[in-house]
Design a protein around this ligand. Structure first.
Ligand code: GLN
Length: 471
């Protein structure tokens, strides 16, 4: 059942929204202790929202598009009155004093804020093991990671704790955990969804996007959260399409490109086989599929770890013990307070990023690394521009491996960084990209990434609906 239909049933009294939400609450109570997907959940908070919605319905007022739908929110998105911790010690006690624009929009459409999701600390990671609140486990196999950094959001949807969730994606953090947990995750075009109220990591890359069990639900949620926002200077003034009317798109006439640089040695065979099976399926429907080339793909990970860390080092300078959250208790001077606060408040991965970013921005190295990184970023963008003159959409794997075991890559940051080799290029270019299921592999799932041209989310979603394979 899709959330769009559920909302209709709540509105016309066919279904009780209270019972519906309660079934998710029951799942949370039963499963969250093992999975650790949620770091804030309070039943009273949820029931008070339900009461308000029921009163609104009784008054006969117009009801919103998300009326009664419970949504899990990644803990780097501000919700007024709740903590926004970014799964970091340094923000462990920080309470939001405003709603992010996406939250305002969800509330305006009568959605229910169900819980806040665990994540990698400050969204830095690919396995959800860097959280101050402990790792999230993959609901499909509790010994494996759920992916990251939106692992809590993806695990919550995958285990039936919520029908939909919000994640954020800087280099793959919506798509990779969606793939690992067997759900759908969409990173919109950079500028499509407001970043106001999203705690900044890499500001030129960050985007909020939907995670769902169903492509149409992801489309429906995007319809609500997308749009221009004067509070975010990088959001773009462009009309929001009716993403959920996917039948508007003539999928069979779309031309699909398969970049040869994404099918290389070192990628798990079962991952590639699953994608190839989906490509054959498209061909069997008569859809035109052709090989393409994105020649600068191999430089994407290196470029990302220069640009994202540079931006992170600047964005995270604000956590100094004065303005937000944690402050060290034992210091001798102001400088000593800054140092101890940051030393005690940040985890190892966050410190590694701050040091890397500070290095690439420092005098003498700026031109050699940061400026060079920006130039390569342009080449990667040009690669995509050229290809989109010829094809409508691009199909690739999402991650080079299936979900790995907890602890397996924790001591090897480079291996961990390579988990995002296929999701990072679309992030650097600011293109929309989705992860959908490519059929079961044991308890786990294969996954396909579909990348579209700027603002062509609707085409991406239409092909995603056709390709998504649950069994
Ligand atoms: N895994 C990547 C990183 O650690 C991407 C994170 C993200 O998209 N937020 O930076």
């Amino acid at each position: 059942m899709s959330i769009k239909r559920d909302v209709e049933k709540f509105k016309n009294g066919e279904m009780s929204l209270e019972e519906y939400v309660k079934s998710y609450i029951d799942n949370i109570k039963q499963k969250n202790r093992d999975i650790n997907a949620l770091i804030f959940f309070d039943e009273d908070y949820v029931y008070s929202q339900i009461e308000k919605l029921k009163e609104k319905q009784n008054r006969g007022e117009k009801l919103g598009k998300l009326f009664g739908i419970p949504i899990v929110i990644k803990d780097n998105i501000n919700v007024f009155g709740l903590k926004t911790t970014c799964a970091s010690k340094i923000l462990a006690n920080y309470e939001s004093i405003y709603d992010a624009t996406v939250i305002e929009k969800i509330k305006a459409e009568d959605g229910i804020i169900l819980a806040k999701a665990n994540m990698d600390e400050f969204a830095m990671g690919s396995s959800n093991e860097t959280s101050y609140f402990g790792p999230v486990k993959n609901p499909l196999d509790l010994e494996r990671v759920p992916g990251g950094s939106s692992g809590g959001s993806a695990a919550a949807v995958s285990s039936g704790m919520a029908p939909i969730a919000l994640g954020s994606d800087t280099g793959g953090s919506i798509r990779q955990p969606a793939a690992f947990c067997g759900v759908i995750g969409l990173k919109p075009t950079y500028g499509r969804v407001s970043r106001y109220g999203l705690v900044a990591f890499g500001s030129s890359l960050d985007q909020i996007g939907p995670i769902a069990d169903d492509v149409e639900d992801a489309a429906y949620l995007l319809e609500v959260i997308a749009g221009y926002d004067p509070k975010d200077s990088t959001s773009i003034e462009k009309e929001v399409e009716s993403y959920s009317n996917l039948e508007d798109i003539d999928v069979k006439s779309l031309k699909v490109g398969v970049p040869k640089e994404y099918f290389i040695d070192g990628v798990d065979k079962e991952v590639i086989d699953a994608v190839n099976e989906r490509i054959e399926y498209l061909k069997s429907l008569g859809i035109e599929v052709k090989e393409i080339s994105l020649p600068h793909t191999e430089y994407a990970v290196a470029t990302y770890y220069i640009i994202a860390t540079a931006e992170a080092s600047s964005n995270l300078a604000r956590y100094d013990g004065v303005k937000y959250g944690y402050r060290s208790q034992n210091y001798t001077s102001l400088i000593d307070m800054y140092k101890k606060t940051r030393d005690e408040g940040f985890g190892a991965e966050v410190k590694r990023r701050i040091m890397l970013g500070t290095y690439v921005l420092s005098a003498g190295y700026y031109d050699a690394y940061y400026l060079k990184g920006q130039k390569v970023r342009t080449l990667i963008i040009e690669d995509f521009k050229k290809v989109f003159e010829d094809v409508d959409l691009i199909i690739t794997p999402v991650s080079p491996s299936l979900p790995f075991k907890l602890g397996e890559k924790l001591d090897d940051p480079l291996q961990m960084y390579l988990s995002d080799m296929f999701t990072i290029p679309a992030s650097l270019a600011g293109l929309p990209a989705i992860s959908v299921r490519a059929g079961k592999i044991g308890n786990l799932y294969g996954a396909v990434q579909i990348i579209g041209n700027y603002f062509e989310e609707k085409k991406v979603l239409a092909l995603a609906k056709l390709l998504d394979k649950r069994d």
